[in-house]
Design a protein around this ligand. Structure first.
Ligand SMILES: NC(=O)c1ccc[n+]([C@@H]2O[C@H](COP(=O)([O-])OP(=O)(O)OC[C@H]3O[C@@H](n4cnc5c(N)ncnc54)[C@H](OP(=O)(O)O)[C@@H]3O)[C@@H](O)[C@H]2O)c1
Length: 254
């Protein structure tokens, strides 16, 4: 007999951004397996549909999170479907190589609009509903949110920003019993390197180099990061707030 996954999130509603691939896809499926109804957000409808295949509890909401109207529309969609929001996972993000000589206002805006502004507007739009449910937010940072990343300084800075937002909101909302935490993954299998514009040959070289630098000797799997997103959102983690959990095979220690 196959063991049934535990159903810690039965009757709860989770919103997961960037649910069409990588860490977001794994998280959306894991919340659904744990009993939640899940709204998966991303730009590509077909990728979201693939995430939702075989998971009838996952609904899809195609949207570009750089559109300032998208966050309120996403929350409204979840409320129209299910009447509540318990968990917000702000996972969608972009990595962009941008050495200082090539730094442009457009490049900075591209990174910050998705990695910082969108999670902020989503958290704000979700707040009345999180107050009602005693809900929780899990932001997705990076190992490079708290260590330097030459050639991609604005990516690192955007992740440092989400870590400071996590800590500040945790204090701001503690009296509402809303918990805010973050997971900071290290190099993890996903579409991120290709989405950053690296050619396929360079992607393979970067992956080899990263695996060699990680103490546990390999890149992570999206499911290994998603598991910690779920743990932090779990009601059993009721006394944890304002924390950034690094999940990176020990890279942060080097
Ligand atoms: N993989 C790693 O090595 C690693 C390491 C540290 C941190 N992270 C962080 O982990 C998070 C997830 O990344 P991942 O590794 O799973 O990469 P990924 O596979 O590239 O996933 C990112 C997701 O975000 C969505 N997205 C991108 N731009 C969007 C927009 N404007 N509006 C809505 N959705 C958008 C993408 O779907 P669409 O293109 O369809 O919109 C995609 O499904 C990111 O915040 C990333 O910075 C990843």
């Amino acid at each position: 007999m196959t063991a049934r996954p535990q159903q810690e999130f039965t009757d709860k509603v989770a919103i997961v951004t960037g649910a069409g691939s990588g860490i977001g896809r794994a998280a959306a499926r894991a919340f659904a397996d744990a009993g939640a109804r899940v709204l998966g957000v991303g730009r590509r409808r077909h990728a979201l549909k693939e995430t939702a295949a075989d998971h009838s509890a996952i609904g899809v909401h195609p949207a570009d999170l750089r559109d300032p109207e998208a966050p309120q529309q996403i929350i409204d969609d979840a409320i129209d479907r299910w009447g509540r929001v318990d968990v917000l996972v702000s996972n969608a993000g972009v990595m962009r190589m941008m050495p200082l000589p090539q730094t442009t206002a457009e490049g900075i805006e591209d990174v910050f609009s998705l990695n910082v502004t969108a999670p902020s507007l989503l958290a704000s739009a979700a707040l009345p509903h999180l107050r009602r449910t005693g809900g929780t937010i899990v932001n997705v940072s990076s190992t490079f949110g708290h260590r330097p990343l030459p050639q991609a300084a604005h990516y690192a800075a955007s992740k440092a920003a989400i870590e400071q937002l996590t800590r500040s909101w945790a204090l701001e909302l503690a009296s509402d019993e809303i918990r805010i935490n973050a997971v900071a993954p290290g190099p993890t299998e996903s579409e991120a390197l290709a989405a950053a514009g690296l050619p396929a040959a360079d992607v393979e070289a970067v992956k080899r180099d990263e695996a060699a630098r990680i103490p546990l000797g390999r890149r992570g799997e999206p499911e290994e990061v998603a598991a910690w997103i779920l743990h932090l959102a779990d009601p059993a983690a009721a006394w944890i707030t304002g924390q950034v959990l690094t999940v990176d095979g020990g890279l942060d220690l080097t």
